[in-house]
Design a protein around this ligand. Sequence first.
Ligand code: SF4
Ligand code: SF4
Length: 111
Amino acid sequence: MAYKITNKCISCDLCKNVCPSNAIKIIDERPWIDPELCKNCIDSVYSVPQCKAGCPTYDGCVKIKSDYWENWFDIYKNLKSQLTHKNDQTEYWEKWFNTYSQKYSEQLQNS
Ligand code: SF4
Ligand code: SF4
């Protein structure tokens, strides 16, 4: 699986010049990794993926997960980690539940 650039990227373009496969392109002023060209830096002189290693953000550049649930839990954990206060978490889940239950009841009424 190739690496990909996420919406956490700050477009510093550092990764573009270090990729040994020339897989990183600038499209509409945003970097993008061509999955056909990215070889995860395997068989290069580097021992770690250069785009991730040099990225100044924590998750601006990540490996694409092949497993659906692994990916899902990563997103869930990431979103949850942004909820720093206990009250925020309660409010978040209450809002989520209210929205979900409202949509669900609308669907039941329409069926
Ligand atoms: S993992 Fe390596 S080959 Fe793939 S985009 Fe990043 S620097 Fe390029
Ligand atoms: S190094 Fe990271 S922040 Fe900079 S352009 Fe690449 S992915 Fe984006």
